[in-house]
Every structure is written in structure tokens, then in C-alpha cells.
Design a protein around this ligand. Sequence first.
Ligand code: SF4
Ligand code: ZN
Length: 312
Amino acid sequence: MKCRVCREPAVIEVRRHNAGFCQGCFLTHCRNQVERVIKEHSMIAPGDRVLVAVSGGKDSLALWDILLRLGYSTDGLYIGLGIEGYSEGSGGYAKRFAAEKGAELLDVDLPRDYGYDVKTGAAADHRVPCSACGLSKRHIFDRAALDGGYDVVATGHNLDDEAAVLLGNVLHWDLAYMARQRPVLPGGDGFPRKVKPLVRLGERETAAYCVLSGIDYQVEECPMSVGNRQLGYKDALNAIEERSPGTKSAFYSGFLERGAELVAHADVDGRESLHPCSKCGAPTTSRETCAFCRLVERATSEQRRRITVGTP
Ligand code: SF4
Ligand code: ZN
């Protein structure tokens, strides 16, 4: 197979484009896709300071690399989740990447800075781990962005992630979630703007981007993801994609072009009823403390109890 652009031998085939690319043209293709998404959705304005959510995995490191190469002003933020056998490694990949690029990486550690880990937080708050993790990450990113004067938070959600979430939302006819499933969420009222510049790249492409540009990333998946519903939706979409290449992309981009408008009326973000959290000042619909402060309180007392009774 030859490269679609330069006709040299291809090193990767992207079936949904029915095309092969050589190393150089593939990397350029990925960067062009990201640049187009950023422009089309007005994600980042000239002069904006961008905070990149960096996990040490392929998506976030590919995103940070591309944004740096496109000339955006970016710093990274890594959150250590205290997940045994996983978090120790992921932080190392994030830190090595930042050091190689001479880029600034902010570092928050849940056990060190907040006194709990994801597993304890989930048990104490009667949530599944991914829910406690998501709540913690959202709060910490919002806080860091506002405290650090960043205009926008960029996350590494890729096409596979977004198509899987969309499928879940459609299967449950969750119109409110669908209405908020956009690649840009506007800022204001104590929230930074949030953008997903990788929505045109599949996870196979972000992995290939890292390998072909020499970026070392954490290959192991988070052990807490086992049984995660989204993985089932990804498998289902992959099975369809295998038979009909391009379906996943058509599903997601078709939603943005035609479906999103139909469900826009269901977007009730509740911002009109926000109050500052009595403890941390973050915007919340609760009259007292926000969900994150309540999670921290329960999780830290659970952590203390475990230490006292000697539970691992
Ligand atoms: Fe957090 Fe769940 Fe992702 Fe693990 S799989 S990093 S627990 S959201
Ligand atoms: Zn709070």
C-alpha cells in the first residue's frame, strides 16, 4: 500500500478514510485533523492559555504534543489518583514527556493533597470508582484552571470515546446528556471552557501517533475500568466498524451536524441556580457544600477508619 499523500510506502492504513499514510504524512494528517477541529468549533482563540489534562496515556500525550507543535500556549496538569499498580507508572510518563519538551506540568496527588484515593472515595461515597474519579478530576481541573488563569481546559477524549458515550446516551434516550455532548463546553459562572480537540482521531490513530513520533506512554489500562459500561459500547461499535469502516465516524459527526440541534432544548445545565460552595467556593447547585467537598469529607474519614482498624 502507498501513502495517499506522497506515494511512498505506507506504514499505517486508516480504513475509514480508505487510505494509507507514510510516517511523516500520517503525523501531519493527525495534526491537521486537530487544527481543523479547533478552528471549526472555535475551541481556542489566539492568545488563550490552555491547560491540558494529562494522564500519561496515549491520548493526552498525543494531544499535548500536537498542541505544542501547533504553537498553542499550553501547560499540563497530571492528577495522581492513588490507584495501586497504575498511578505510580502513569505519573512517570507524564513527567518524562514534560521534561523532554521543556513544558510545564502541574501535579496534584489525591492521597497527598486531599487525603484519599479513588478506591476509598468510591467506597465512602457509595459510587463506582469511575464516578468518584470523574467528580474529583472535574473539580480539580476547574479549580486549577481558574486559579492559574487558564482560559480553556483541553482533554484527550477521542472519536472512540465520544462515539461510545453517544451510543450509551442514545440507548438510554438520555437527551440531557446528549445535549451536552459537544466538543466545546462554554466557560463562565466559575467554570473554564472545556474542549476535546481529538474527536476526529480514533484511539488506534492516537496510539500510532505516539509510536511514530517516539512518545512513550502508559499502555496498561486503568484496572478500575474493568466492567465499565463504556467498554461494552466500544466493543459493539468496533464490531460494526469492522464490517462497515467509517460507521463510527459517521455516527458521531452526523450527531454533531444534525442530531445535536434536535436535542439542544434538553440542555439544562442548571447554571442559573448555582451558589458558591460554603467550603471551597466552587459553583454548586447545593445550598451548602459541593459534591466534591462532600466526597472529600466522607473519603478522608473512611481513610482514617481504615488506618485505625488496619484495613488495606
Ligand atoms: Fe478514573 Fe475510571 Fe478512568 Fe480509572 S477508568 S482513570 S477510575 S475514570
Ligand atoms: Zn466545595
